[in-house]
Design a protein around this ligand. Structure first.
Ligand code: NAD
Length: 497
């Protein structure tokens, strides 16, 4: 018989209500939405659906907590202790959280454990450790005046997050905000709300004062928009699509000019030149760069730009990798290709493949489709697919597919490669494979992207800033630069004359 989440986790560990002012509560009008497990197509539970009144309650709780000073004015050693305790709780509950994440998103349990949970623990711990290492400044003004420049919390921070790495992205937003003393209202994606609610429980257990961390679940159009438009939210941290990111700019302008930071989509180029130092390494990294998490990654290298002399050899080797991504029960630790976030999203991805073919591109290779044996919804899986004969003006090369689909183009020169890479509305990431340091340096200068990889794809570290340019957004997550999204610099003049 088909297993359910309750075979892995007691039902009382799956929270399903809003978390406001330290309490799990129903939405004021009691409304709920279905939380579906994409791998089975079946309902996991019903979750409270917040409307603007619930959002208002959560923002008020956050404001009251901020004004009380219980968290904002606490000693840095205290804030650090509570956040380190939270890191420890995320770590000791990592298996439960990984199970929740896998059921909620369809991603393989091995990835939930090794990537989402490992990254989540590190995210909380790193920012907790930073709390007592942030120094302020004294400006070099003339005597006897002293000008002090202090990093100051903004107040109430809202975070609206997507479904591809639900807990990890939520923590990326909220932990820096909490670290400097803000209060937070988090709205996770309605497609993956459960780990954020479990996090709220852990935050309370760690000792965050009531109202400092609130979680409102619900739709983007209702709960998300209500946060974007709320007159008492000081900053909104968003990760998601560019279309929604643009709405948040409008919400800000139409309300209180709240500070906005946006991590939006990408269509990142991965350039492999004829002098690539290690073709096998590049093939492996290219495959991982687009097929990991079923391609549902903002910085996936979804456009492969090959210099002509190595193109055929590279494609052949890449095709041999496709069947390494093994579809199956996401709870089976041998599975390496999970479902997409929904069968509806999988349909969209299939539509992109069909349209590319109609426009003259060709399916160069595709992994075997899965039949969903054992009661799974096979329509939620898309097999890894290589599409070549792509022209950079085609939709498959310009739009974010957010699936395991690689658009392959061939070029003759380095200039053509760089120009093709930059010919995109997006500017999140770009990669180049070359043995020539001069070419690498020129590419680093020319590629218009938030980060550039030379001879790797998707290298990353919590100590480096993460974010894009152009329609990939602005503001930086991770690293100490993340504090710029959630604080402001206050200058105070002391006149001793
Ligand atoms: P999405 O924009 O549909 O949703 C993201 C969040 O915004 C969700 O919480 C959703 O409820 C909310 N939302 C949706 N419509 C809204 C509206 N009208 N008003 C207010 N809030 C609204 O994105 P998604 O489909 O959840 O996630 C996939 C997208 O996220 C992709 O485009 C991907 O590139 C992007 N993404 C970017 C990064 C990054 O760091 N750059 C990371 C992960 C995902």
């Amino acid at each position: 018989m088909m297993r359910t989440i309750s075979d892995y986790l007691p039902a009382e560990h799956v929270d399903h209500q809003l978390f406001i002012n330290g309490q799990f509560v129903d939405a004021a009008d009691q409304s709920q939405f279905d939380c579906i497990s994409p791998a089975t197509g079946k309902r996991l539970c019903q979750v409270s659906s917040a409307n603007e009144h619930d959002v208002d309650r959560a923002v008020k709780a956050a404001r009251d907590a901020f004004n009380s000073g219980a968290w904002r004015d606490a000693n840095v050693s205290h804030r650090k202790k509570i956040l380190l305790r939270l890191a420890q709780l995320v770590e000791s509950n990592a298996e439960k959280l990984a199970i929740i994440e896998t059921w909620d998103t369809g991603k393989p349990i091995r990835d939930s454990r090794a990537v989402d949970m490992a990254g989540s623990v590190q995210m909380v711990r790193w920012f907790a450790e930073s709390v007592d290492k942030l120094y302020d400044e004294i400006a070099p003004t003339d005597n006897p005046i002293v000008a002090q420049i202090r990093r100051t919390p903004l107040g109430v921070i809202a975070a609206v997050t997507p479904w591809n790495f639900p807990l990890l992205t939520a923590l990326t937003k909220i932990i820096p905000a909490l670290a400097v003393g803000n209060s937070v209202v988090l709205k996770p994606s309605e497609l993956s709300p459960l780990s954020a609610l479990y996090l709220a429980r852990l935050g309370a257990e760690a000792g965050l004062p009531d109202g400092v961390l609130n979680v409102v679940t619900g739709s983007g159009g209702q709960a998300g928009a209500a946060l974007g438009l709320h007159p008492d939210v000081d900053a909104l941290l968003f990760t998601g699509s560019t279309a929604t990111g643009k709405r948040f700019m409008q919400y800000s302008g139409a309300s209180n000019l709240k500070k906005i930071s946006l991590e939006c989509g990408g269509k990142s180029a991965n350039i492999v030149l004829d002098d690539c130092p290690d073709i096998d390494k590049a093939v492996q990294a290219t495959a991982n760069g687009i097929f990991f998490n079923a391609g549902q990654i903002c910085n996936a290298g979804s456009r492969l730009i090959l210099q002509r002399a190595i193109a055929e050899q590279f494609k052949l080797k890449l095709a041999a990798h496709l069947d390494n991504y093994k579809p199956g029960d996401p709870m089976d630790s041998a599975t390496t290709l999970g479902s997409m976030i929904s069968s509806g999203h999988a349909d969209k991805v299939r539509g992109h493949i069909r349209e590319a073919e109609q426009q003259g591109a060709r399916i160069y290779a595709q992994a075997r489709a899965w039949d969903g044996a054992g009661g799974f919804d096979a329509t939620a899986w898309v097999p890894p697919t290589l599409i070549d004969q792509v022209n950079n003006s085609m939709r498959i090369a310009q739009e974010e597919v957010f699936g395991p689909v690689l658009a392959i183009m061939e070029v003759d020169t380095v200039d053509e490669a760089l120009q093709t890479a930059n010919d995109s509305q997006y500017g999140l990431a770009a990669a180049i494979w070359t043995s020539d340091m001069r070419t690498a340096h020129r590419a680093q200068q020319t590629l218009h992207a938030g980060f550039v990889w030379v001879n790797s794809v998707r290298a990353g570290h919590i100590a480096t800033p993460f974010g894009g340019v152009k329609q990939s957004g602005f503001g930086r997550d991770k690293s100490l630069h993340a504090f710029d999204n959630v604080s402001y610099l206050k200058t105070t003049w002391y006149d001793y004359s």
